[in-house]
Design a protein around this ligand. Structure first.
Ligand code: 3PG
Length: 215
């Protein structure tokens, strides 16, 4: 399967992508177990904490059935570090020309970030058809997603940023949206309080939503 199709497959199968920033590898494993218990099948661990890559390794070991992406990938060094940690896929908030080259050179499927038509066109030129639209809500949300469908019929999106439990369904109902990303299933107050049952409950609601919309 081409990496483009792999990316498409990951997003389609996931439906909702929990975006997680971890304080430690142990915390990452607890979150991953809680998400899996709720029925979600993928997780994006952001490179926004020192523990991120250790957490990716630990999550891969503890919950091998979960697809583990590395997010907030901004440069070639981070692409290589994510590969070395055993990531299943890569996600970026935006895409510089150097990052696009590094993602193309990687063996891993990736979901590169874009916000504007020109950025999307640059990604399509590189052959990336599955794109993270970020920050989705601030960019105009559903209105923008509908507007992008006309000029870019092959583009498939994973809108992320500012999306919550209450509007995820509206995003998922768009034909050019494969998956919705967000951190609402891993609210920082739950994580701080060690309330992983709340994470599982939220993940289960997300699972039910995907099943209802996607059958
Ligand atoms: C991301 O990195 O994709 C975002 O931080 C997730 O956005 P959210 O926290 O607004 O859901």
């Amino acid at each position: 399967m081409s990496r483009n199709n792999q990316a498409r497959d990951i997003l389609t199968r996931s439906g909702i992508m929990p975006v997680v920033t971890v304080a430690s590898a142990e915390q990452g494993v607890a979150i991953a177990r809680a998400l899996l218990a709720g029925g979600l099948t993928a997780i994006e661990v952001t490179l926004r904490s020192a523990a991120a890559l250790d957490a990716v390794r630990a999550i891969k070991q503890a919950t091998p059935q979960l697809l583990v992406g590395v997010g907030t990938v901004c440069n070639a060094g981070q692409v290589r570090a994510a590969e070395a940690a055993g990531a299943d896929f890569l996600v970026s908030p935006g895409t510089t020309p150097a990052l696009a080259e590094a993602l193309l050179a990687s063996t891993l499927p990736s979901i590169p970030g874009a916000a504007t038509p020109s950025e999307i066109m640059a990604l399509l030129e590189h052959g990336f058809e599955c794109v993270k639209l970020f920050p989705a809500a601030a960019l105009g949300g559903i209105t923008r997603i509908k507007a992008l469908a006309g000029p870019f019929p092959n583009l498939r999106l994973c809108p992320t940023g500012g999306i919550g439990e209450n509007d995820a369904a509206q995003y998922l109902a768009q034909p050019n949206v494969l998956c919705v990303g967000g951190s609402w299933m891993v609210a920082s107050e739950w994580i701080k309080a060690g309330d992983f049952a709340a994470v599982t409950a939220s993940a289960a609601k997300a699972r039910a939503l995907i099943d209802r919309l996607r059958g």
